[in-house]
Design a protein around this ligand. Structure first.
Ligand SMILES: [Zn+2]
Length: 144
């Protein structure tokens, strides 16, 4: 099951929008209409946005999931060519950057609240940091 299937499975009033986009009832507040926007990034991560103003972490918790459930399991071999940005369009790179940044921000917030990161979180954080570095590096070079 992909992170997207896992998320959609737990939501009500799921409606398909444009390709890669869904709307659903937000589980974190008393949502009359579908206020929750669900998107899938090119590498299979799920982006959530509640137009009612809920924090993503609260929406995730209301589904009974953890932030790490929004991201596909790490499957990139250590020796894979590190050319992520070259395979993406500018907007895809930006979206990936946004999802990785979100993960880092949430992990950091947990850490600052004194919540211990699991080894899986730590590993995922390491991957996110690496991807952000690569994207910065490669997109920077493209425009230089
Ligand atoms: Zn909400």
């Amino acid at each position: 099951m992909t992170p997207l299937e896992n998320v959609l499975d737990r939501l009500e009033k799921v409606r398909r929008g444009r390709p890669g986009q869904w709307s659903a009832r937000c589980p974190a507040h008393d949502d009359k209409g579908p206020s929750l926007s669900v998107r899938e990034t090119p590498d299979g991560a799920v982006l959530l946005h509640c137009f009612g103003g809920c924090e993503t972490a609260d929406v995730v918790a209301a589904m009974g999931l953890q932030m790490t459930d929004l991201f596909p399991p790490r499957d990139i071999p250590a020796n894979a060519p590190k050319k992520i940005a070259n395979l993406l369009t500018a907007s895809q790179a930006l979206e990936l950057l946004a999802s990785e940044s979100l993960f880092v921000a949430v992990a950091l917030t947990n850490y600052l609240r004194g919540i211990t990161l699991t080894p899986a979180d730590t590993e995922r954080l390491r991957l996110a940091a690496g991807r952000i570095g690569l994207l910065n590096d490669q997109t920077g070079r493209t425009h230089a």
